[in-house]
Design a protein around this ligand. Sequence first.
Ligand code: ADP
Length: 581
Amino acid sequence: MKTRSNYWQILPYLRPQRLTITKALACTIAFTIFWPIIAWLIGETAKVIGNGDLKGFAQIAGFSAIVFLVRGTVQYGQDTLMAKAALIIALNLRKKVYAHLQQLDLSYFEKSQTGDLSYRLTEDIDRIGEVVNKFFHQFIPCILQLIVVLGYMVYLNWQLTLGALIIAPVMALLIGWFGERLLIYSRRSQDRISDLSAMLAEVFSGIRLVKAFAAEEYEINRFVQEAEQNRRAKYLAEQVKALQFVIVGFLEAMSILLLFFLGGWQISQGNLTGAGFISYVAGVALLIDPISITTSNYSEFKQGEASCDRIFELLAIQPSVVEKTGAIALPHVNGQVEYQQVSFAYQPEKPVLQNLNLLVHPGETIALVGPSGAGKTTLVNLLPRFYEPQTGNILIDGINIRDVTFSSLRRQIGIVPQETILFSGSIAQNIAFGQTYYEMKDVESAAKIANAHQFITQFSNGYQTWVGERGVNLSGGQRQRIAIARAVLLNPRILILDEATSALDSESEALVQEALERLMRDSYGGLRQRTVFIIAHRLTTVRRADRILVVESGKIVESGTHDELLAKGDRYACFYAQQFS
Ligand code: ADP
């Protein structure tokens, strides 16, 4: 496990806030100067009260009121300025991490757990913000307070101060040792918490499966075990923390006893007055808070270090598919697609596509058929560069897709997946997904082409009906038509359709099929065809395709029209017999 601190990596995020931090620190310094004044005032008050000097007391009380008023003002400045800087730093870090995550490619998200990612973006970043805030707002003021008050105490009586400080290095060593222990336990407990939320996200998104397999009991057990591990890890961290307070507290009590003993001795030697000693004790009392705050800050900083590690570890991940520097915008394409000697593997030892060659003419409809796991999805996923082939090239209209920007490439490729994902938002927002500006009339005509207009307008809120989480439930067929409307609105030259394997009722099926056929035509029902890749599961689809490619073990083993391939009586004929007849 990595132990080196990543805190220094926060520095670039502090820089833009340097002006606010400097103002806050100026307030802090002003605030600190008041500590020895307060210690002195306490000694003076004790003196005038001891002498029964009421006039003297009134003067001191008046002066004290001014001192506390000014001190309160600078304290307000220190608190608000620092909170402001820390919150902006956390916000900037959160924006940066989120934008970074959006740049990462699919293969990263397939390996990571969504619960863990959201934990990092929320809890971990909040903790870093708190660390920054506490560092400037508590830790530095406390250290300054310690220095100034100690200085005042040395000025009052250095022998006494020396004696009281004997125990300090021992204390510092012990605090350091406990801090290290605590860091290890806190890392462990944070990992456990994010395991727990990752597990929850997984279970709730797959709740249908849990129900279908009557696996509730099994899931409850799994959850209980995970929650128990979490409890244990947290309890261990709490125990270490509690022990730390006991030991530090005991050492503090011992140093106070020592102080009284030394104080009595110094007064008996005539080196210190009674008022001086009271002022001195007030100084010691003023040391207690900063010592205990810096001690607890130290443990919090150690805990925050784990969060910091997890954030900067995330920021250090490089996407495996990157946009070339100086990438050009892919011009509006005709839709010719060419795969040249393309080989691809998700894991190096398991090749998925091998030396694949394919030329697709503009406007051609290609149906991909073959057994599950043959590589059909992989083949089409290389086109929008969701993954990068290890060898070979893919060209669109003769332009290598590696040379163009992601956005210009992906905007020309429409994808209708098997399962439509709806985000929380209105139906209109879902149809216009990814478009910052859209016209309602375009959304409506897209929905009409996609056979979705009718069911949408039946909702009382029409296009403004809320879908996604906490929204209305749409049937499988309705969701598919929303996905088709999305693609219609995008109006791409190239389409990738992943036909749903699950059967719809015959009416829905007919509506979806009709919508798909309209989508395959160019520009809102024009006569030109788009270039279409369909991962086909239905006979009507393969029959209508211009060309059928039979994919097996990452290779195109047969290609031709339905009739040609049937007449050939080989792989397709066999596949057809198994799947469709
Ligand atoms: P098909 O679409 O023909 O069913 P896929 O392209 O989905 O086939 O899968 C081809 C092979 O690649 C399979 O062996 C599958 O297990 C593997 N595979 C697919 N997606 C991934 C992934 N994201 N990571 C690792 N292996 C994958």
